[in-house]
Ligand binder design. Structure first.
Ligand code: SF4
Length: 254
């Protein structure tokens, strides 16, 4: 079989420049937010899977409360599968779309049990990350963000890169990904910009610092570009600050 064609030279240059920018942003924001960032969860992987499914488009405090309510009600996750869906829905009523999430969580857990033989996902630890992610994403309702969260945030502590909406926004504004790249496809692009041999903690740090930056500086509306540590690396911030009007207000860019 003939070898795969090499990337065109201009693409290789672009990729190298993006990798250098991704590393520069990582170093800069690590300095701001203090790496290594402590892990916020130490859940077993199935519990992390449930927590992640609850968290979609929901504030952390609300999904945390819903997860605690499920934990308090059910002795084990098999009992959650067997429970009436309406009861699960009532327990998680504080999250966004409880009427969709309750049946989805039950269906995902059922699929895990059918494919793995139990609700123990510890075997994923023995797989390469790409394989473990593919195993999880083969379950309807599990996407790249959830698979990465299960591997990274749970006690598995595997080197996977989750991308949430804050992380995605900062990556888009700094030009690490294009304006039309959605959260799902951004996972592979952003991971490929970082060294292949980064360990779980360093990849977790990368996700956390970009997420924290989105929460504390690169706000959805009116990002604080004037006090941003990566302004010199960010075309959006530079355009915004150049567009500053004489009265001190800033013209809104995406
Ligand atoms: S310069 Fe502005 S747009 Fe760019 S990352 Fe910083 S806060 Fe966000």
């Amino acid at each position: 079989m003939s070898p795969a064609p090499a990337d065109p030279p201009e693409k290789a240059v672009t990729d190298k420049a993006l990798t250098e920018k991704a590393l520069a942003i990582h170093r800069r924001l690590c300095g701001v937010y203090g790496c290594p960032i402590p892990y916020f969860h130490d859940l077993d992987p199935v519990s992390e899977l449930i927590s992640s499914l609850l968290s979609h488009r929901t504030r952390n405090a609300d999904s945390g409360r819903a997860f605690k309510a499920l934990r308090a009600r059910f002795n084990d996750w098999d009992s959650l599968i067997a429970a009436p869906t309406a009861e699960v829905q009532a327990l998680i009523s504080g999250v966004t779309w409880p009427e969709l999430k309750a049946p989805r969580i039950q269906a995902v857990l059922r699929a895990v049990r059918a494919r793995a033989g139990s609700l123990d996902l510890g075997f994923l630890r023995e797989m390469p990350v790409a394989e473990a992610r593919a195993w999880l994403e083969a379950i309807p309702g599990v996407g790249p963000k959830t698979s990465a969260a299960v591997l990274s945030f749970s006690a598995l502590r595997m080197p996977a890169l989750p991308v949430d909406s804050h992380h995605h926004r900062v990556a888009q504004r700094t030009g690490l990904i294009g304006p039309k790249v959605d959260v799902g496809p951004s996972h592979a692009i952003l991971r490929a910009q970082l060294p292949a041999d980064w360990d779980a903690q360093t990849l977790y740090d990368n996700h956390e610092i970009l997420m924290l930056h989105g929460q504390r500086c690169c706000f959805h509306r009116n990002p604080a570009c004037g006090s941003c540590a990566v302004l010199d690396l960010c075309p959006t911030g530079q355009a915004r600050t150049e567009a500053r009007r004489p009265d001190g207000a800033v013209a809104l860019h995406p």
